[in-house]
Design a protein around this ligand. Structure first.
Ligand code: NAG
Ligand code: NAG
Ligand code: NAG
Ligand code: NAG
Ligand code: NAG
Ligand code: NAG
Ligand code: NAG
Length: 206
């Protein structure tokens, strides 16, 4: 401010040094602004645009109408599945399946309908699996416990700031024990690290 005053008072003898100083200061501020803006964009890019595969896990499983013989088993399982989207954008997924496996055999399956879950939100879904299997190798009643595995995959896209779409897949892969005495599914075990596919390359919709 004082420099301005001086130059106004002596317009005929403008100090050349001041001009240089001012323009170099201006340059420094411009550069600083550019650097700060780049850092802001970088943080935005790293935090907001980073896409992680949403997690999919079993939150509950209830057994109904359980009947079993030595090598056969019928039941209905109502499973609660929790989809957790930690991204800032919403995750829109296509329909998929949940399957229940005994060793390598699929003993039950159910559809998961297409849907969406908001950014940094959870979604609870119920699926009903009708299980009928008549090919156990040993007498399951002797063990009292049947080891099962559940698998599900939901393909979809995470949408950030409206124009950025990124394909990703949520995967569930967990083991559990069916207790034939109590007719309860116990000890959910989620293998870790969580199986999930890396996001596909960035796609920008215009
Ligand atoms: C699971 O479902 C059963 C039966 O509906 C209920 O009693 C139990 O509280 C549920 N558990 C959780 C963790 O939601
Ligand atoms: C399971 O269901 C099948 C077909 O409905 C039936 O043939 C079988 O006897 C049932 N098994 C048991 C243990 O109830
Ligand atoms: C499952 O299948 C794989 C390959 O098809 C086989 O190597 C494995 O022994 C099977 N496991 C059981 C428990 O049947
Ligand atoms: C899932 O089922 C449980 C128990 O039957 C119920 O309390 C819950 O509201 C259901 N959730 C959804 C999303 O349908
Ligand atoms: C039952 O299991 C036996 C061997 O464990 C296999 O050869 C047969 O194909 C199975 N049957 C069915 C219907 O899965
Ligand atoms: C199965 O459930 C019964 C009754 O709740 C319990 O006594 C038993 O310990 C359970 N079995 C296992 C292996 O956890
Ligand atoms: C599920 O997890 C088990 C145990 O960690 C692993 O052996 C198996 O390959 C996984 N299955 C898939 C389809 O990722």
């Amino acid at each position: 401010m004082e420099e301005d005053h001086e130059s106004h008072l002596n317009p005929l003898t403008p100090p050349p040094n001041n001009h240089k100083k001012r323009s170099s200061k201006c340059l420094v501020y411009t550069l600083l602004a550019v650097v700060l803006q780049s850092i802001a964009f970088l943080i935005f890019g790293l935090v907001v645009l980073r896409i992680n595969a949403p997690s999919l896990r079993l939150s509950n499983a209830t057994v109904n109408q359980l009947n079993y013989g030595p090598t056969s088993l019928n039941m209905t399982v109502v499973a609660g599945i929790r989809l957790r989207n930690m991204n800032f954008g919403r995750f829109e997924f296509r329909g998929g399946h949940t399957i229940l496996l005994y060793e390598n055999a699929t003993i039950g399956a159910a559809s998961i309908y297409q849907g969406r879950v908001g950014g940094r939100k959870n979604k609870e879904m119920n699926v009903t699996l009708k299980v009928s299997y008549m090919n156990f190798s040993g007498d399951i009643g002797l063990l009292g416990l049947v080891k099962l595995r559940s698998f599900a995959k939901l393909r979809g896209e995470v949408r950030v700031v409206k124009i950025i779409n990124r394909g990703t897949t949520a995967v569930m892969n967990c083991t559990m024990d069916l207790n034939l005495t109590s007719q309860v599914i116990q000890d959910f075990f989620l293998p870790s690290p969580l199986v999930s596919s890396p996001p596909s390359p960035l796609r920008i919709h215009v």
